[in-house]
Design a protein around this ligand. Structure first.
Ligand code: GTP
Ligand code: MG
Length: 203
């Protein structure tokens, strides 16, 4: 596999409106999950950066979709988190409008990385998102985050529960991950970058 130059990474646009989505033909992988699940932390880890994608202390504040250009070969796309308890109705409305337009419109991503908190397990909102992903037909992988928070027994239990989850496609790889340890980052990077490079060949 050709490796992208990870020194050539930048935030291309923080899009609050569909008209701001990039119009070039570069492949995209979108990172989806509830607020605080670890989307920005995973993107930073995959790109070997400490703080490119903002790791939020105050989750769920603004509704933007952040497009990170990777060596002008593809985009990693940080979706706004869902399921934040204290957010307003206005926030929920903006989240749905922007995210649905992105995932079903012309700029729809080539793949999705769906994050699920391994400590909490899938929430009602995660299940709604999984149903929606299954409907769109966009291929996805599941990354189970915060794996460091579980002991061996609970880790095995949750991994099993995810593998037999009725809303997770049998085609979707499930990869446990921890942002605190370099475990699985390389596996996720190879999977995501591999799919994006293949998508590029089709264009
Ligand atoms: N223990 C542990 N904490 C993590 C892990 N990944 C992220 N965190 C912490 O969880 C919090 C949220 O992480 P973010 O990466 O900002 O989560 P996010 O999904 O981008 O959140 P929003 O942008 O609000 O949607 C931060 O305090 C991180 O340090 C992990 O693997 N293990
Ligand atoms: Mg974030």
């Amino acid at each position: 596999m050709i490796k992208p130059n990870l020194n050539n990474v930048n935030l291309q646009i923080s899009a609050g409106l569909p008209s701001q989505f990039p119009k070039d033909a570069l492949p995209q992988a979108a990172f989806s999950g509830r607020s605080n699940v670890g989307k920005s932390s995973l993107i930073n880890r995959l790109l070997n950066r400490k703080s490119l994608a903002r790791v939020s202390a105050e989750p769920g504040k603004t509704v933007t979709i952040n497009f990170y250009s990777v060596d002008r070969k593809f985009y990693l796309v940080d979706l706004p988190g869902y399921g934040f308890a204290r957010r307003s109705k206005e926030h929920t409305k903006n989240w749905s409008a922007l995210t649905e337009e992105y995932l079903t419109g012309e700029s729809a991503p080539d793949m999705i990385v769906q994050l699920i908190d391994m400590k909490t397990g899938p929430t009602t909102d995660d299940n709604m998102m999984l149903s929606f992903l299954n409907e769109t037909g966009i291929p996805y992988i599941v990354v189970a985050t915060k794996a460091d928070k579980l002991n061996k027994t609970d880790f095995a239990k949750m991994e099993g529960a995810l593998r037999t989850h009725p809303l997770i496609s049998p085609d979707a790889p499930i990869i446990p991950f921890s942002a605190l340890k370099p475990v699985a980052a390389e596996e996720i990077r190879n999977k995501v970058f591999g799919i994006l490079f293949n998508a590029e060949k089709k264009n």
